[in-house]
Design a protein around this ligand. Sequence first.
Ligand SMILES: [Mn+2]
Length: 342
Amino acid sequence: MTVPTPTPLAPDQQAAVELLRSARRFVLSGHMRPDGDVLGAEAALASVLTGLGKEVWVVNPDQPEARYDYLVRGFRHRAWNGGGELPVHDVAVLLDFCEPERLGALEKPLFEAPSKKVVVDHHVHGGKVFWDAAFVDVRAAATGLLVRRIAQALGAKLDRAAAHGVFTSIVTDTGWFKYSNTDAESLATAAEMVELGVQPNEVFDALYQKRGREHPLHLGKLLARTEYLADGRLAVVAWPLADVVGPDHCDTDELLDILRSVRAVEVVLFLRETKHGEVKLSSRSKTEFDVQALCRPFGGGGHKKASGATIPGALDEVRARVVAAALAAFGREAPTGAARGG
Ligand SMILES: [Mn+2]
């Protein structure tokens, strides 16, 4: 089977590959609250680099959720708790983000370290260039796919652990091939990972079939907070700090998927108070509505159909500002008339 991948590499991508080839000691990091794409890309790249005889540490700003244990046990991992020192390293590889603030408390020590910085990512970059080399493709469905392309450029074979990483990246970022980013590369690469030993149902069971009994009750509570605005085209859930329970009880994607499944809904906004004076916004679109453009003025970003931002302010006040911006964006859109269902 041939996986369709864009060739040849862009000069910046080639420079990233050469840094990975020549350096010896690595730290791999992902964004706060590492998800399946972060941990999958880390698992795959850690395995590839270790296989090439290099020293690899994975250091993330937060402890991964327990459901990702099948990936995390495959590499040396530390969650950055603000203490101690980072492992000595020549190159830091930043996976699945391109805004340094998304490292949280890890940003300062990582950027104080005298290492080269390599970004491997598929998000749209809005800020200034801070890296020494970047392997970026905003059309790639997942960062794990970019790691597979890097392995190919390095002439490295993927082992079973790497295959689980790449597969997890693909299925979590494409919503198991439901989202509009699903393409020939993601499907063909997933098949390739199955040939390398991945059992899709085992990955699915690990990720979604081992939750606590509180999970559906909690999801029900969140869904009960849904408000429909703009003739039902906009669905909003605002979640105050008082109702926040452990992170394992919330799967943001699941909540967003359920609301997006409503026929009239085009855009979903999920606002979660993470601490006093700070709100995390997750947004999804299933039409041409560009949620990345919505999140950008709030200091966030991502993709056209999936974006987020961390916004300072009280929940009610942030909710009002974000909803006003969304309603204004709907108002600027050309009417689509009969094309829209009820
Ligand atoms: Mn991603």
